[in-house]
Design a protein around this ligand. Structure first.
Ligand SMILES: Nc1ncnc2c1ncn2[C@@H]1O[C@H](COP(=O)(O)OP(=O)(O)OP(=O)(O)O)[C@@H](O)[C@H]1O
Ligand SMILES: [Mg+2]
Length: 362
């Protein structure tokens, strides 16, 4: 898919503007703090009504404004979509071709955007919630209905944790039944996805970066059940433990991914640069899987990712990403290696929130 233009008002520090993005590669250049990431976030939230930086889109409303709004024109598989997204401090709405869209499942089935950011190395080096977030992104874009399931799961889990804390045994049976049916769907989807993910990452390892050897990705789950009924039984069996811990100890909210290279734990053995590279490969695999399984290429937003790579890898990643329909990049002003790669490119310069200087590629 391709975003052909984007307009925005009151979005972070960006000045109100309409920007043409009708090209394969869109570059936004500028010094630190001028609004490059804000621009990428604006593109993302205009499609998916959420932020990739924070859990609340309302954080993106310009400090002195009551709301923000974004408009974009999208082309996907030959169809045209006009999207209007609005967010104030109490509510957020999105319309596609004048029709209000409710529920993230519907939105994720329409559009997908993958973000590659500096923080991606946390997928490997930080705690398990970063890895669950990564797996959730992957599953939501591949099976749009899962976006709603994951949200429902979190809501019911909060309810169950409260009931466990308050020792409300009377409501636990009903909650367990609900949690078991939604939770099983999440567990089952993850189990199916991980072997594919492993295959995709190893393909990129070998074919793009010429790295030999095998990277193993293992799903660590304490909920290895065959169906929702077994899940329900496991929940009941775990109640005494839950009682002691005052929370729900079983379920996909406790899942983790373990990465091994040639059998050795990546987290303990890899250098910072190797961890950065693996995090990039995980994101490339995610984008490839979404493209293959959803049947269209997602918008790719690349924020400060190439900075830390050596020249050769920088070129390899840039070149690889050219296979997607549209990629947005942020670069510092002095970066220029990309300019000869692609004619279908727009380069913008941002200064203090003002977007200008479309050089039309050169
Ligand atoms: N809600 C908001 N309202 C107004 N300004 C904001 C808001 N949120 C963030 N900002 C400001 O927007 C500016 C641009 O931030 P952004 O992260 O886009 O910069 P950047 O160009 O990506 O910088 P860097 O090169 O350091 O990554 C920052 O100075 C930040 O303080
Ligand atoms: Mg930035």
């Amino acid at each position: 898919m391709k975003v052909k233009s984007i307009g925005f008002r009151n979005f972070r520090n960006l000045n109100e503007s309409v920007v043409s993005t009708d090209a394969k590669v869109i570059v936004v250049e500028g010094r630190n703090g001028v609004g490059k990431t804000s621009f990428l976030e604006c593109v993302y939230s205009s499609l998916l009504l959420s932020s990739f930086r924070t859990s609340r889109l309302s954080d993106a409303i310009r400090h002195d404004a009551p709301y923000c709004q974004m408009r974009c024109s999208v082309n996907k598989n030959g169809s045209q979509y006009e999207v209007f997204a609005y967010c104030d401090r109490d509510r957020k709405t999105i319309k596609v071709n004048d029709e209000s869209i409710t529920g993230y499942g519907k939105l994720f089935s329409l559009f997908s955007a993958a973000v590659m950011s500096y923080d991606d190395k946390k997928i490997i080096s930080s705690g398990p919630e970063e890895r669950r977030r990564y797996v959730n992104q992957l599953s939501c874009f591949i099976d749009a209905g899962l976006a709603d399931a994951i949200r429902s799961y979190s809501a019911i889990l909060r309810e169950r944790n409260k009931a466990v804390k308050e020792k409300r045994a009377d409501v636990l049976d009903a909650l367990d039944e609900k949690i078991a049916s939604i939770g099983f769907r999440i567990v089952d989807e993850r189990r199916k996805l991980i072997p594919f993910l492993e295959e995709y990452v190893n393909g990129i390892c070998r074919n793009v970066f010429s790295i030999p050897g095998k990277l193993g990705i293992e799903l660590k789950s304490n909920c290895d059940v065959v169906d929702a009924m077994e899940y329900d039984r496991l929940l009941k069996y775990s109640r005494p433990k839950d009682d002691v811990l005052a929370c729900t100890s079983i379920g996909p909210h406790r899942d983790d991914l373990i990465f091994r290279y040639e059998g050795r734990l990546v987290r303990d053995e890899f250098s910072t640069g190797q961890i950065r590279l693996l995090s990039i490969m995980l994101k490339l695999a995610l984008i490839d899987m979404i493209s293959d399984m959803a049947g269209y290429s997602p918008i790719v937003l690349v924020d400060d990712v190439l900075l830390e790579l050596d020249e050769e890898k920088k070129h390899l990643v840039f070149q690889y990403l050219l296979k997607y329909r549209q990629v947005f990049y942020t670069f510092l002003p002095q970066e220029s290696f990309y300019r000869d790669y692609c004619d279908d490119m727009l380069v913008y310069e941002i200064k203090d929130g003002r977007i200008g200087g479309d050089e039309n590629g050169r």
